[in-house]
Design a protein around this ligand. Structure first.
Ligand SMILES: Cc1cc2nc3c(=O)[nH]c(=O)nc-3n(C[C@H](O)[C@H](O)[C@H](O)COP(=O)(O)OP(=O)(O)OC[C@H]3O[C@@H](n4cnc5c(N)ncnc54)[C@H](O)[C@@H]3O)c2cc1C
Length: 455
């Protein structure tokens, strides 16, 4: 079969990403700044009849309140998996930003009532029916605090990922609904005029985004695939090949990932992210290589040919095609962190990439090495490609043994240009150590690309 070469317009260049990213951030800041004018331009009677420091406290409290509400509005935009945003920032970064934004919301939602009570000389509102919107606001704050805490410190609460995700999604819906009611009834400002309309516009956009998420869940359309093969690819790792149910596979670039949801008699119907390890140069099927490390992945070998899988993707920017420069490439992989490199190498072999490429791949044992024969084949096909295997837990034979650390890395990278692009993917601690090491050895952090297998 003739290999298909990717069209370079499939990725935004760094310059375009910087420009578009700048426009997105500037627009977000503009929306936030515009929201700050509301407590000034549409003063409620409570602000009108306050003076001096009390007026400043009350107005600042309201500014923080509207800022928190705008950031909540952004939260849904951030997790809506919008392709346009993914192409600029990459979904992994967007999810990380979603988490930081959540912490900022909780912080603002705490300061908002403190400043408002400060304007009343710290007199707490009496527990009367007419103050129900204020008490609802406290309820919203507690809700936000719980959502933020469980999202960031889920493991401390022994919360399984899938259960947490369901709780988080439902909790967010409830929090947004309660927050909208709080805003509409707590102050005269939002009871009429432009601010009132803006609340409905924001709620409407949120509703559209939520409906889009639900629609994609229940009407998979082109996302429906059929499992064509499942087989052992290395110790505790299985390759899963899938073909489109109808039509063609939409383009992906080597190194990207997708969310897969099986509809199977023996694997729970949960959505999990995995790298597309196949190459877009062979677009008739997709492959995922999954290591059995947890509850769900340990059941992946039960998936059978002929069963359905829904695929949402591709996402991400961890690819030699995004780094674009024609510089040598160094790949450092730990265990299953090889999958994005596998996709890139398969592609580079298919299109005879002329660059100098080095793969340093650390595995616990020789049995953990995936597709050893195929990797040897790629080494023969790609003229300037070389693999160094590191085995950490048993005798390595002809391979390097022991942990990969800065000293070993420096030795292995002797003679490699410090202007090379460096790709790192593997367990969290290893990635941290390798990132620090390559920077200390002299590689520019602008050319170090990382993919963490965690969203
Ligand atoms: C971009 C990306 C690419 C990945 N590529 C691969 C790959 O090619 N091969 C591979 O074997 N693994 C890959 N992973 C990791 C894989 O997604 C997790 O190992 C798997 O979801 C764990 O599920 P579990 O229930 O078996 O494990 P658990 O032990 O239940 O979970 C382990 C951790 O995985 C994460 N996780 C669990 N469930 C989900 C979920 N539904 N969605 C998102 N994260 C979850 C959580 O951080 C959790 O703490 C990738 C992850 C990401 C983010």
């Amino acid at each position: 079969m003739k290999a298909k070469r990717m069209d370079s317009s499939a990725v935004f260049t760094l310059r375009i990403r910087i420009v578009l990213g700048g426009i997105c951030l500037f627009s977000a800041l503009l929306i936030i700044a515009a929201s700050w004018t509301i407590p000034f331009l549409f003063e409620s009677p409570s602000i009108l009849y306050k003076f001096d420091i009390e007026k400043t406290f009350l107005r600042s409290g309201k500014v923080l309140g509207v800022t928190a509400a705008v950031l909540v509005f952004f939260q849904l935009l951030l997790i809506s998996r919008l392709k346009f945003l993914d192409r600029i920032f990459s979904l992994n970064r967007i999810v990380a930003f979603h988490r930081i934004n959540g912490i900022a919301i909780a912080f603002l939602a705490l300061l908002h009532p403190i400043l408002i009570i400060a304007a009343e000389n710290f007199t707490i509102f009496p527990f009367e029916k007419r103050y129900w919107p204020e008490f609802l606001g406290i309820g919203v704050f507690i809700f936000i605090l719980v959502l933020m805490t469980t999202a960031n410190w889920r493991l401390m609460f022994n919360f399984a990922y899938d259960k947490w995700l369901r709780f988080h999604r439902l909790g967010t819906l409830v929090a947004i609904a309660l927050m909208t009611i709080h805003i509409l009834f707590v102050s005269e400002t939002f009871k009429s005029g432009l601010p009132h309309t803006l609340v409905f516009v924001a709620a409407g956009i949120n509703l559209v985004l939520i409906s889009r998420l639900w629609y994609r869940r229940f009407f998979p359309g082109k996302r429906r695939f059929v499992v064509s093969n499942v087989e052992l690819a290395g110790k505790d790792a299985y390759s899963v090949d899938v073909r489109p149910h109808s039509g063609q596979i939409s383009d992906h670039i080597p190194g990207q990932f997708a969310f897969i949801t099986p509809v199977s008699a023996s694997v729970p119907k949960e959505e999990h992210p995995f790298t597309i390890s196949s190459t877009p140069s062979r677009p008739d099927a997709l492959q995922f290589v999954i290591r059995s490390l947890g509850d769900w992945t340990s059941k992946i070998n039960r998936l059978k040919a002929g069963e359905t899988v829904f695929i949402d993707g591709p996402y991400g920017l961890f690819s030699h095609m995004v780094s674009s420069e024609n510089k040598p490439i160094i790949m450092i992989a730990g265990g299953i962190g090889i999958t994005p490199m596998l996709s890139m190498l398969r592609y580079m072999a298919d299109v005879d990439d002329p660059r100098r490429i080095l793969l340093i791949w650390s595995n616990k044992t020789k049995e953990h090495i995936l597709f050893p024969e195929e990797f040897k084949g790629i080494e023969n096909r790609l003229q300037h490609f070389h693999i160094i295997h590191i085995i950490t837990r048993d005798s390595g034979g002809e391979n390097e043994i022991g942990r990969l650390d800065q000293t070993k890395l420096e030795k292995l990278l002797k003679g490699w240009s410090r202007k090379s692009s460096v790709f790192i993917c593997g367990p969290f601690e290893m990635m941290k150590e390798m990132t620090r090491a390559v920077k200390k050895i002299g590689f520019s952090s602008a050319r170090v690309y990382k993919e963490e297998f965690k969203l």
